[in-house]
Design a protein around this ligand. Structure first.
Ligand code: CMX
Length: 134
């Protein structure tokens, strides 16, 4: 597996409508896309910071992963996503090394990327995503 960079940092927020003005007005970043990912029960907003994106996540369902996270822990950093050259191959390699996978096979995430999540119980408490175009 080859990690090239941090693709994005996922941040759970109560409301994109409240959060976007903070990132734009206070930090001077520009929201370049808002996208709903029905499968994940979230609405996302993206900001570019160098090679890395900030992905704000608003839950669209209290029973979804971000809804449950906010209920338990409140707003804050939700996951870290690494860019890899081949998601399917990387997931297989990680599983062979003993990492517990949430996604055994890649699925489609925001911006049409292939994504796969690793379980926080086997990644020292950090929900980890790997993603890439392949
Ligand atoms: N970071 C670290 N730990 C987390 C976590 C997170 N984001 N979310 C949950 N956990 C921990 C919980 O604290 C809990 O730990 P304890 O047992 O010690 O209390 C444990 O994981 C189980 O949590 P839970 O609330 O019972 O929730 P579930 O087991 O139902 O789900 C998880 C947890 C990680 C498997 C689920 O959130 C998941 O499948 N996530 C991957 C998909 C996702 O997050 N999608 C949203 C983003 C989409 C995108 O970016 O495209």
């Amino acid at each position: 597996m080859n990690i090239s960079h941090i693709e994005h940092i996922g941040i759970a927020v109560n409301s994109l409508e409240e959060a976007i003005p903070y990132y734009e007005g206070m930090l001077g970043l520009k929201c370049y896309a808002v996208e709903e990912i029905a499968d994940q029960k979230v609405k996302t907003a993206f900001f570019m910071v160098g090679q890395t994106k900030i992905e704000l996540l608003e839950s669209t369902d209290p029973e979804g992963p971000v809804g449950k996270f906010i209920e338990k822990k409140g707003q804050g950093i939700h996951h870290l996503a690494f860019a890899v050259d081949n998601v399917d191959k990387s997931l297989n390699e990680l599983e062979e090394k003993g990492v517990r996978l949430i996604d055994k096979n890649p699925r489609k995430g925001a911006e049409g990327l292939n994504i796969g999540f690793l379980h926080p119980k086997s990644t020292l408490g950090v929900l980890t995503e790997i993603c890439g175009e392949e």
